[in-house]
Design a protein around this ligand. Sequence first.
Ligand code: PLP
Length: 364
Amino acid sequence: MERLRHNIAAVRALAGQRPLICMAVKADAYGHGAVKIAEEGLRCGASFLGVAAVSEGAALRAAGISAPILFFSTAGETELDELVSCNLSPFVSDEEYAAALNSRAEKAGVKLSVHLKIDTGMGRLGCRPEDAPGLARRIASLKSLHYEGTATHFAASDSAGEAAVKSVKKQLALFNEALVDIKKAGFDTGLVHAANSGAVLLYKDAHFDMVRPGILLYGYSPSGELAGLCGGTSGVKPVMEFVSGLSFIKTVKKGTPISYNGTWTAPEDRVIGTIPAGYGDGLPRILTNNYQVLIRGKLFPLVGNICMDQCMVDLGDGSGVERWDAVTIFGGAGLSAADAAAKAGSIPYEITCNVNKRVPRVYV
Ligand SMILES: *Cc1c(COP(=O)(O)O)cnc(C)c1O
C-alpha cells in the first residue's frame, strides 16, 4: 500500500495539481484486488475509478464505494439495468446506446452521467470526430442522461518513437478540434479526459481536466521504452509482489529428468526445489526453462515444464536454502514483472492481471 501511495503521488507530481485522477481498477485493479486498491486510491486523492465490466462496478458499489465510476466498455442489453442501479458512468459512442441508457435510467427514475467517447485513432470505441457534435446534441436532449464529460483514448502513447509521437499528436489534434466543434454547437464538453499512463508521462497537453492512469499506479511503465522515465526518485514502484515458498527439496542424480516430458535433465547431481505455484496461479508456462526466481536475495533458474500448480527450481548444491524459504516470483527487489513479461513476450499488465484468484492478496 505504501508503494501504491508513492505511485499516486508520482502521478500527481507528473500531472500537476489541476487534473483529477481517474484510477483504472479494471480487471480487479490489474490483478491487485480492486476494492482495497480503490479504497486506498480514493483516500490518496483519486476522484474517479475506471472499470471495464458492469460486474466490476457492482463489486465496488457492494463494498460501499460511492465515488464516481467510469465504465470504459459497452454494456449489453441484459446489463443495462445493473449499470444504472450501480450508478456507473458509461462511455457513450453512439446514439442508439445513449437512447437505451436513457430509457433504463428513466425507468429507474434517475439521471445517469455519461461521457461522450470520441475515436480519434484507437479504433476501439467512440464516435467519429465529425459526429461528436451530433452525439452531444442527442445526449443533451435525453432527459435522463447528464452529459458529464468528453473522452478519447490513445493508441500509441507508450512510445517516444517518431511514428508513435506522430500518432498521438494526430489524435490530440482531432480531439481538440472535436471539442471546439461540440462547444460551437452549443454544448459544454464537461470533464475532458484522455491520458492513459503513457500520456501522463509524455504529453502534458493531453492531461486536460482528468488523467486516467492504470499501469503507472501499479508501478510499471506502459512499455520497456519508457521505463527510464519511471525510474529515479519521482518514479514508480511495483505494487505487487508475487511470493511463494519452497514446499519440497530433494537431491537428484545427474541425468534425472524434471517435470512433464523431461524438457530439463540434471546436468550433474543437483538439489531441486518444488514451488507450489504454476500457470494456474499466473506464472506463464512459456517461461519454462527460461526464468529465474529470487530466494534469499539470490536468483535461481526454474527447470522443467511449469505445471498448472507447481514448478521446480534448480538450487545448485542446495547450500544456504531451506524448506519453506520464501520464493519471489516477481515484484521483489530486482525481479520485476516487466522482466517476466519481456521473457514471456507480453507486457507487465498481462502478468499482474493473470495472477489467479486462488493466490491470496495480502496488503501490507
Ligand atoms: C485501461 C485504460 C486506461 C489505463 O491505461 P494504462 O495504460 O494502464 O494507463 C485508461 N483509459 C481507458 C479507457 C482504459 O481502458
